[in-house]
Design a protein around this ligand. Structure first.
Ligand code: SF4
Length: 367
């Protein structure tokens, strides 16, 4: 699996710190490992300073070095489309109005708040919905900022759930993570902590660290939401990371984003869902790609998502079928989008389309 990195000693390869310290950040470094096309080279040059690049050796090792359309490569190597004014014209840096008065805090739904703990990511995903934070440099929230956030929580009794996100929230030191988790646990009405992290995909070595795992277990209940987009991202290492999390009482859910060229194919999506179930990750959402400036070229039509949902139904158990959802602009919430299976209704007879073909009548007499 490690391909071009096969000579790196296992103790380094399995170290999250090594993975982060050896991230590929420049065009020259990347050219040592993969044959870049002229378009990719131009993409790296033109996004420099706006949407930076960083790729862990682990994530790079999943790429096909000869194929510019490789789904891992499309998610990690900058493209000139990111700065194409026509393609990006209708995108917004912050379509969901996440930025509020307290740095890092978004309170969109009554019962939950989002707190972005850092602007650092192990890999800067080209389709990221928070691409705007790439320009802020790599920094974590200070203790004072965390304290302000906790004061806000204490004053809002309706908040039952905290979502820690980023950037990459689990990239902060154990000391800082312990600080933020213990402070949140001081707030009695907060029941659940959810962590949105892509590290099981980008640097699963983070979850080989016993200290981190113990910390997550200690502040239970903690749920982890991750972001696998393609079956190639499911590896021995990512499976080991998930297993470790489960052993420490942390359930792992997945949110996939529908991305043109990466996973906008029913069979690819079916394979992904099957693989997720195999490593005991529950696929929860398939999100339609958001209208984010710098990521507009990844968007498909809504019909593509519906086609995929139709394909999944009947081919995999309900556990493996995510909810396809659109996040409405302006912070107006997520809405599920479903293929319509109710074909018609006459009196007490409902006619359904079956996933297996024919129309089926279903009678419900007066209750
Ligand atoms: S890890 Fe998450 S926050 Fe960071 S760039 Fe990727 S999608 Fe965005």
């Amino acid at each position: 699996m490690r391909g071009i990195f096969k000579d790196v000693p296992p103790e380094l390869w399995r170290s999250y710190r090594w993975q982060v310290q050896n991230r590929i950040r420049t065009k020259e470094e990347l050219k040592r490992y993969i044959r870049l096309t002229p378009e990719e080279e131009e993409g790296i040059d033109r996004t420099d300073g706006l949407y930076p690049m960083a790729i862990t050796p682990y994530y790079l090792s999943l790429m096909n070095p000869e194929d510019p359309q490789d789904p891992i490569r499309l998610q990690a190597v900058p493209r000139v489309e990111e700065v194409d004014q026509n393609l990006q014209a209708l995108g917004e840096p912050d379509p969901f109005r996440e930025e509020g008065n307290i740095p890092g805090l978004t309170h969109r739904y009554p019962d939950r708040v989002l707190f972005t703990l850092t602007t650092f990511c192990a890999v800067y995903c080209r389709h990221c919905m928070r691409k705007r934070i790439f320009q802020e440099g790599e920094r974590a929230r200070t203790k004072e900022e965390i304290d302000r956030f906790v004061e806000y929580l204490k004053a809002h009794l309706e908040v039952k759930e905290v979502l820690l996100s980023g950037g990459e929230p689990l990239s902060v030191s154990e000391e800082k993570l312990q600080y933020v988790l213990s402070r949140i646990r001081e707030v009695p009405h907060v029941e659940i902590i959810r962590i949105g992290t892509r590290l099981p995909v980008l640097a699963p070595q983070r979850f080989f660290d016993a200290e981190l795992l113990r910390l997550l277990e200690r502040y239970s209940p903690i749920w982890l939401n991750t972001h696998f987009n393609h079956p190639k991202e499911i590896t021995e290492e990512s499976a080991e990371a998930v297993e470790n999390l489960l052993k420490h009482g942390v359930p792992v859910n997945n949110q996939t984003v529908l991305l043109k060229g990466v996973n906008d194919h029913p069979q690819v999506m079916l394979r992904l869902m099957r693989e997720l179930l195999r490593i005991k990750v529950r696929p929860v959402y398939l999100f339609h790609c958001d209208p984010v400036k710098g990521a507009m070229h990844f968007r498909t039509g809504l019909e593509k998502g519906l086609e995929i949902m139709e394909y999944l139904r009947g081919r995999i158990s309900g556990m493996g079928i995510p909810t396809y959802a659109v996040d409405l602009p302006g912070g107006r919430g997520k809405v599920p989008v479903m293929p319509n299976y109710l074909f018609k209704k006459e009196d007490h007879t409902y006619t359904f389309r079956s996933p297996f073909g024919p129309l089926v009548e279903y009678h419900i007499p007066d209750a």
